[in-house]
Design a protein around this ligand. Structure first.
Ligand code: AOF
Ligand code: ZN
Length: 364
């Protein structure tokens, strides 16, 4: 049974925030609950970049009842003028007596200044309640706001022997319906989805979000150093979502013009022969793509790993063995086992009939 304490209200605020994952763009997900004399008097979440922050919605609901109340916020209230005025000031103006925060805001424009301002105005400030949960919830935001680089989540669906297709290239389906449904929700929760040209040529995927209720489509990103992408590919012709091609200086100018004519954006990432993936991530970051779901194939996965650009992995394993050469990570490989990329904070569970492994690569 959940007992009534600070964690109780913070958990509620975290749940309000979590519901909006995927719809705030490069902004964090944030929830706020306002409590007065044992009653919840306001609740809110940040729903969209450019619109009100969580505190604004909760304060609007609370109205005059905010005076003397306690506000639970999953992220330190902001102290800067962004799309909206500072939330710290709004809490002060509303007469809130106490603010309980889960995580501080890593945005260099805030980072502690919000809490300081509340404190300086005589508000009781408590920080660190359910901090770990709150930080993990905004892991994508936390990287992007501090580095300008997108947070990359790698997803694979492989057999137990790490193959993403049979030796002929046949890959429908490796995993079952539950895992596939989860992957579409992961698409909704990332701003970009990235694959290599070989995957597009082999499977002609649409790379859209197909969930039980409509979801958001990520920007489709194809790594294609030689611009081999056919104009007939779904990612070019279906016009369902934005598509960005990553290529090099070496690729054919006429083909580039044709792709642009077809409505696709083309980014030059180094002078070749291969795409400079670090440059690619920097360019995508500048386009305000703060999170990317990497869906392979093996060569792109391997290259992204070698370049230490993968932040998180979600690996689905079907309890099957298929053999052959089509692996989830194709790269020359490490010399010694001691050089292997390790995962930290590993969690394992079932996704229907498939095994799901989640972890964070550690590069050393
Ligand atoms: C809060 N509550 O609900 C959110 C916060 O330019 P803006 O207005 O979109 O502000 C974005 C920044 O504000 C974002 O980078 C982060 O530091 C903070 N987000 N802060 O107090 C909220 N979403
Ligand atoms: Zn704010």
């Amino acid at each position: 049974m959940k007992v009534l304490n600070d964690k109780y209200y913070m958990q509620l605020a975290l749940e309000l925030a979590a519901g909006a994952e995927g719809q705030t763009g490069i902004n964090p997900i944030v929830g706020c609950v306002i409590v007065k004399n044992g009653n919840i008097v306001g609740m809110g979440a940040h729903l969209k970049r450019g619109e009100g922050h969580a505190e604004v919605h909760a304060l609007a609901m609370a109205g005059e009842k905010a005076r003397g109340a306690t506000a639970y916020v999953t992220l330190e209230p902001c102290s800067h003028h962004g799309h909206t005025p500072p939330c710290a000031n709004r809490l002060i103006d509303a007469g809130v007596a106490k603010v309980v925060v889960a995580a501080t805001d890593p945005n260099p424009q805030v980072s502690g200044r919000g809490l300081q301002r509340l404190f300086d105005n005589g508000i009781v400030v408590v920080s660190g309640v359910l901090q770990e949960q709150a930080e993990r919830m905004n892991e994508k935001f936390n990287k992007y706001i501090t580095t300008g680089m997108p947070y990359v989540t790698l997803k694979t669906a492989s057999t137990l022997d790490g193959k993403i297709a049979a030796r002929t290239g046949d890959s429908r389906w490796v995993t079952g319906p539950v895992a596939r449904e989860q992957v579409h929700t992961l698409r909704h929760r990332h701003q970009g989805i990235m694959v290599g040209i070989e995957t597009v040529i082999a499977d002609d995927p649409s790379l859209t979000t197909r969930t039980a209720t409509p979801g958001l489509h990520p920007v489709r990103i194809v790594a294609d150093s030689m611009l081999r992408l056919p104009l007939t590919a779904k990612v070019v012709s279906d016009r369902t979502a934005r598509t960005i091609i990553l290529t090099t200086d070496n690729s054919d100018a006429a083909k580039r013009a044709q792709l642009e004519e077809a409505g696709v954006e083309v980014l030059t990432c180094g002078s070749g022969p291969h795409i400079d993936l670090t440059v690619a991530m920097e360019l995508l970051g500048r386009l305000e793509i703060g999170s990317i779901l990497l869906e392979g194939g093996g060569r792109l996965n391997g290259a992204m790993l070698e370049n230490e650009l993968i932040d998180k992995v979600i690996l689905y394993y079907a309890a099957k063995i298929v053999g052959g050469p089509v692996g989830a990570f194709t790269f020359p490989g490490m010399e010694r086992m001691a050089d292997a990329v390790r995962l930290r904070d590993v969690e394992v569970d079932m996704a229907g009939e498939d095994i799901r492994v989640v972890g964070y690569p550690v590069y050393s």
